[in-house]
Design a binder for this molecule. Structure first.
Ligand code: PEP
Ligand code: MG
Length: 753
C-alpha cells in the first residue's frame, strides 16, 4: 500500500472508532475525553487536546490526552493569544514542525507541554464560527502530512456536532468569537415595511443539522453524493432551459453549472466522504470552509462567487435530504436572511411570520412587496445580521424606525410590547373606519384605492373598504413564475381579479413595468449602467410588441362584458402613449372580431417622467385618466436613485418644487376634464395624503396598510383651509415643508400615526 492509502485507511479507521465513542454511554465530557484519546492513538500523536470557546473570547482546555489532566478546565487562552488563539482568530489550520520557534507560541507550564515540539491546530467550526480548536502535538519535530491535517479537519466536524449539540457549554457561549453573541444588540437598517414584530429568529437557509456524521459505508455515501449531484445539475439545466433566459440570468446559471461540475469542489467533497464522513457531513465540511473564506474575502466579485458556491451546497444538502424539508416554524417567527428570492417568502407558513430582517433588500423588491401585503414588518440593509444571530434568538423588528434588537433586554421587550399594543389599538380604530367614506371636515370626498399585484392583495379590498384597485402592477405575477405566463394563464389571472373586485370596484391594470429593479428571473437584458433610466417598462413593451400584445389580448379577453381600465407606465412622450394606445386599439378590434368586447374601455397613463410636464395639454387630449407615479417622478425630478439609501431620502416630496409640479398637473387635468390620481408611495402616508388632497387630488391609490391612517387623517382635515396655508408656504423658499405641515396637522387635530 502507498503512504496515501495507508493514511486514508488510518482516517477511515479513526472515524469508525470515533463513531463508537460517540455512540457509547457517558456524558458529553467523557465522550470528549474519549475522542481525544482515540485521535491521539490513531495518529500516533503524544498529545491531543480539545479547546472549546467560552464567553468573552476565551478558549478553554476541555479535554486532553497527553498534557497534564490538572490543566483541564484551568488553562485558558484568549482568541489570538498563543498558537491555539491564533488558529481560532484566523479560522485556518496551522501545522508547525517546531512550535517553539513560532513567534506566537505561549508557554503554559501547568500543561507540561515543554516536551512537545511539533504542533497541528485545527479550528472547530460550526456554521461560520470558530467554536474551538483541536490540537495534536508530538515530541519530535515531525512534519504532519496534508492527509493527516485533512483527517483532523474532518474530525473537527464530529467535534463541532458534539460540542454544539451537547450541554458542555451554554449555547450563548458558542456565539461569535467577538463576544457580540452574548450581548443584546441593536442594529440599524432601513424600514421596508411598517409595523413591529416581536419573536424568535428563524434563519432562512439555516445551517442544516446533520444526524449522522460518520458513514457506515463510504461507497454507499459516494453513490448518494453522485445521485444528488446529478439531480442538482439537472435542476440547473432545467432552469437554463426556461424560455427567455438570457443575459445576466443565463450567465449566473452558467456559473452555477460550472460550479456544479467543478472538479475541485466535487473532489474535496468526495475526499471527505472517502475519509469516512457521510455525504451530508462532507458537503457541510466543504461548505463551512467556503463560508469561513467568505468572511475573509473583501473583493465583492469573489464574495459573490463564494456565495454562489454556498447556495449550491445548500441545494445539494436539500437533494441529499431527499426533499425540501421545512422545519416547523415557531409561532412568532422572524425570518432573517441575506436576501430572499421571488417565491421563497411564500414557502413559509405566513400565519407564523411576524417579521423579516434582511442584509440586503429594497422597498420595491418582490419579497418586500409581498411582506408588506401580508402586513409583515421588514427591516432591510442590516449589515452582517445573518452571522450575528442564531435560530432561536429572541428578536424585535422595529419597522417604524428601521431597527432590529437582538436578544433584547426585558426593559426593551416591555417597551415594544406597549408599542405593539398601541399599534394594535390603532389598527382596530382604522379597521372601524372601513365602512365610512373618506370625507374631509369641509365635505370633500377623497377616493381611496388599493395598490395591488398579487392575489393575496385581493382580500384587502374588503378589509380596508377601498373603492377599487387604482394600480394593479401586472409585473408582479410575472416575477414570481419560472417562465413568462402565456395568454391563457394571464387571462385567467386578470379574470379572477375582475371577478373578485366585482362591477362596483374598478381595477386599473398597469401594463408590464419590468426592468430597473424589477427583474424577471428568466428574461433580462444585458447589464445596464443606469437601469432606472434604461431599457425598461413601456420601452420594452414597444420593442417587444409580441409580448405586449399577448398581455393586451389577455386583458381584453378577461374584461369581456365589463369595464377595462388600462394604464401605461413610464410614458415619456405623447407619441409613445399614442403608439401604445394604437396597439391596444388593434388588439381591441382583433378580439372584438373574436367575440371579446369590454363594456367600456378607459385608457390612461402614469406620469413618472418629467418630460411629460411640458406636453400636458397635448397628452390630456389623448388620455382618459392620468396617475402620478410619485416614486419614479421624484427620483427623476430630484435626480436621486430611489433604491439607493444614501440618497433616496435626501430630498423631500413635501417641498415646494415637488408640490408645485403636483399642483400644475392637477390644474391641467381639471381644465381638460381628465381624472387625476396619485399612486406612488406618497399617497399612502397620511401627512402627504392630506397635502395631495388639499392640492386637489381626488383619488389616492396605496398599499393596504395606508388606507386606514390616510382615511383617518382626511376625515380630520379641512382641505380648503390647508390649501390656503399651502398656497402661502409654497412661495417662501423653504427646502422642506414637512415640519411646518406636521405642526399644522398637530394644531388642527389631524391624526398622524
Ligand atoms: C411610481 O413610480 O410611483 C409607481 C407607482 O410605480 P412603481 O413603484 O411600480 O415604479
Ligand atoms: Mg414607477
Amino acid at each position: 500500500m502507498s503512504k496515501i492509502e495507508v493514511d486514508a485507511d488510518v482516517a477511515r479507521r479513526l472515524l469508525s472508532r470515533l463513531r463508537d465513542v460517540l455512540a457509547g454511554d457517558g456524558d458529553a465530557q467523557s465522550r470528549l475525553d474519549g475522542v481525544a484519546m482515540v485521535i491521539a492513538d490513531s495518529l500516533q500523536a503524544e498529545v491531543c487536546s480539545i479547546y472549546v470557546m467560552r464567553a468573552g473570547e476565551v478558549l478553554e482546555l476541555f479535554a486532553t490526552e497527553g498534557l497534564n489532566q490538572s490543566a483541564v478546565h484551568q488553562t485558558r487562552l484568549r482568541v489570538a493569544e498563543g498558537l491555539v488563539g491564533d488558529v481560532a482568530a484566523r479560522g485556518r489550520s496551522l501545522s508547525l514542525a517546531d512550535a517553539w520557534q513560532h513567534p506566537s507560541f505561549v508557554y503554559r507550564p501547568e500543561t507540561g507541554e515543554d516536551l512537545f515540539h511539533s504542533f497541528v491546530g485545527v479550528p472547530i467550526i460550526r456554521g461560520s464560527r470558530v467554536i474551538g480548536v483541536l490540537v495534536v502535538q508530538n515530541r519530535d519535530t515531525r512534519v504532519f502530512s496534508d492527509l493527516e491535517i485533512e483527517t483532523l479537519e474532518t474530525v473537527t466536524m464530529v467535534l463541532a456536532e458534539l460540542i454544539g449539540s451537547s450541554d458542555l457549554v451554554s449555547r450563548d457561549e458558542l456565539m461569535p468569537a467577538d463576544g457580540i453573541g452574548l450581548l443584546p444588540l441593536r442594529l440599524d437598517g432601513l424600514t421596508l415595511a411598517p409595523g413591529i414584530g416581536i419573536g424568535t429568529v428563524v434563519l432562512h437557509e439555516p445551517r442544516r443539522s446533520i444526524n449522522d456524521v460518520v458513514a457506515e459505508d463510504p461507497e454507499c455515501e459516494l453513490h448518494r453524493l453522485h445521485e444528488a449531484l446529478q439531480t442538482l445539475r439537472a435542476e440547473v439545466d432545467t432552469m437554463m432551459g426556461f424560455d427567455g433566459v438570457s443575459g445576466d440570468s443565463l450567465d449566473i446559471l452558467r456559473a452555477y453549472r460550472m460550479f456544479a461540475q467543478d472538479k475541485g469542489w466535487i473532489g474535496r467533497i468526495s475526499d471527505a466522504v472517502r475519509s469516512g464522513l457521510t455525504a451530508e457531513a462532507a458537503v457541510m465540511r466543504v461548505h463551512d470552509d467556503t463560508r469561513m473564506r467568505m468572511h475573509q474575502v473583501s473583493d465583492p466579485y469573489l464574495r459573490e462567487r463564494l456565495h454562489d458556491l454556498e447556495d449550491l451546497a445548500n441545494r445539494l444538502l436539500r437533494h441529499l435530504a431527499g426533499e425540501d424539508v421545512q422545519d416547523e416554524l415557531p409561532e412568532d417567527a422572524v425570518l432573517v436572511c441575506r436576501n430572499l428570492g421571488p417565491t421563497e417568502l411564500l414557502d413559509y407558513d405566513r400565519s407564523r411570520l411576524c417579521g423579516l430582517v434582511m442584509e440586503e433588500g429594497s422597498r420595491t423588491m418582490h419579497a418586500v412587496i409581498v411582506a408588506r401585503a401580508l402586513g409583515i414588518p421588514v427591516v432591510g440593509r442590516v449589515d452582517s445580521v445573518f452571522s450575528m444571530v442564531e435560530s432561536g434568538d429572541s428578536v424585535i423588528v422595529d419597522g417604524e424606525h428601521g431597527q432590529v434588537f437582538i436578544r433584547p433586554s426585558e426593559d426593551i421587550c416591555l417597551q415594544f410590547e406597549e408599542s405593539l399594543c398601541l399599534r394594535q389599538h390603532k389598527l382596530q380604530a382604522w379597521a372601524q373606519l372601513r365602512t365610512v367614506p373618506a370625507v374631509s371636515r369641509d365635505g370633500v370626498t377623497v377616493n381611496l384605492m388599493l395598490n395591488a399585484g398579487l392575489l393575496l392583495d385581493l382580500p384587502h379590498l374588503e378589509e380596508t373598504g377601498a373603492s377599487g384597485i387604482g394600480l394593479y402592477r401586472t409585473e408582479l405575477p410575472f416575477m414570481s413564475r419560472p417562465a413568462l405566463p402565456d395568454v391563457a394563464a394571464q387571462r385567467a389571472l386578470y379574470s379572477r381579479i375582475l371577478d373578485y373586485a366585482g362591477p362596483e370596484r374598478p381595477v386599473v391594470f398597469r401594463t408590464l413595468d419590468v426592468g430597473s429593479d424589477k427583474v424577471l428571473p428568466y428574461w433580462h437584458s444585458t447589464r445596464e449602467e443606469n437601469p432606472a433610466l434604461g431599457w425598461r417598462s413601456v420601452r420594452i413593451s414597444m420593442d417587444r410588441p409580441a409580448i405586449f400584445l399577448e398581455q393586451l389580448q389577455a386583458l381584453v379577453q378577461a374584461a369581456h362584458g365589463r369595464v377595462l381600465c388600462v394604464m401605461f407606465p413610464m410614458i415619456s412622450t405623447v407619441e409613445e402613449f399614442c403608439q401604445a394606445r394604437q396597439l391596444l386599439d388593434m388588439e381591441l378590434s382583433r378580439q372584438g372580431a373574436a367575440g371579446f368586447v369590454p363594456s367600456a374601455v378607459r385608457v390612461g397613463t402614469m406620469l413618472e417622467v418629467p418630460s411629460l410636464l411640458w406636453e400636458l395639454p397635448a397628452l390630456l387630449d389623448h388620455v382618459d385618466f392620468l396617475s402620478i407615479g410619485t416614486n419614479d417622478l421624484s427620483q427623476f425630478l430630484f435626480a436621486t436613485d430611489r433604491g439607493n439609501p444614501s440618497v433616496a431620502d435626501r430630498y423631500d416630496v413635501l417641498s415646494p418644487p415637488f408640490l408645485k409640479v403636483v399642483r400644475q398637473v392637477v390644474r391641467a387635468c381639471a381644465d381638460a376634464g381628465v381624472a387625476c390620481s396619485v399612486c406612488g408611495e406618497m399617497a399612502g402616508r397620511p401627512l402627504e395624503a392630506v397635502v395631495l388632497a388639499a392640492l386637489g387630488v381626488r383619488t389616492l391609490s396605496m398599499s393596504a396598510s395606508g388606507v386606514g391612517p390616510v382615511k383617518a387623517a382626511v376625515r380630520d382635515a379641512n382641505l380648503g383651509d390647508l390649501a390656503g396655508y399651502l398656497d402661502d408656504l409654497l412661495n417662501l423658499g423653504y427646502r422642506s415643508l414637512r415640519e411646518r405641515l406636521r405642526g399644522y396637522a398637530r394644531d388642527h387635530g389631524i391624526s398622524l400615526p
